[in-house]
Design a protein around this ligand. Structure first.
Ligand SMILES: [Zn+2]
Length: 190
């Protein structure tokens, strides 16, 4: 290694170390959790829940915009499990700007928000429904409600994409039979 490149590498390394050092404990923690972005705990909670209820899915579909965490083809739906800080969950207390390098983080998160928006639009134009679940919505206090509404939304989507083609009219034989049936509880002695 020439002396010049040695100095360059060392300087680069030192600058990086200095930067890491200037990060607060909280920033470092967030940085580290971003590195382990696959199979993070919140995503696992959603996957396990859906699997237990019999939903089948694909993971991190690389050919779809945004590489959604969970892809439910039968429901034409993708699910993103988003970290509140990295994806800028508005009004959420997990999304608070670090006190140092604030501009840097602000720009970075804004770019993520913009990218997320564009990817959702692309997915919609391809006929995919997108559901976003935020990390804070999976905290124990809100988890059950979040998961229940996820399943509700999936069922609604399934019904809407599998609507029967036939339009039933009032004089359809099936409906007439049903209407003529007497209600045993309406005419007895009360
Ligand atoms: Zn949040």
């Amino acid at each position: 290694m020439t002396r010049i490149s040695f100095y360059f590498v060392t300087l680069h390394h030192l600058a990086k170390l200095h930067y890491m050092d200037k990060m607060t404990k909280e920033q470092r923690h967030k940085c580290m959790s971003a590195i382990k972005s696959r199979d993070t705990k919140p995503e696992l909670i959603v996957r396990k829940y859906l699997f237990r209820l019999g939903f089948r899915y694909r993971l991190n579909h690389s050919r779809l915009p945004g590489h959604p965490d969970i892809v439910l083809r039968k429901y034409r739906t993708v699910v993103f499990v988003n970290g509140c800080f990295w994806h800028g969950h508005e009004g959420c207390n997990l999304y608070s700007m670090p006190k140092t390098n604030t501009e840097f983080w602000k720009n970075k998160i804004q770019r993520n928000i913009q990218r997320d928006r564009e990817e959702r639009l692309k997915l919609a134009s391809m006929g995919w429904h997108s559901i976003t679940i935020w990390e804070c919505q999976l905290k124990p206090a809100h988890r059950a409600q979040t998961l229940a509404s996820l399943v509700f939304t999936l069922s609604q989507t399934f019904l809407s994409i599998n609507k029967p083609k036939k339009e039933y009219r009032l004089n359809d034989p099936d409906i007439q039979i049903a209407a003529e049936k007497e209600n045993p509880y309406s005419s007895g002695n009360v």
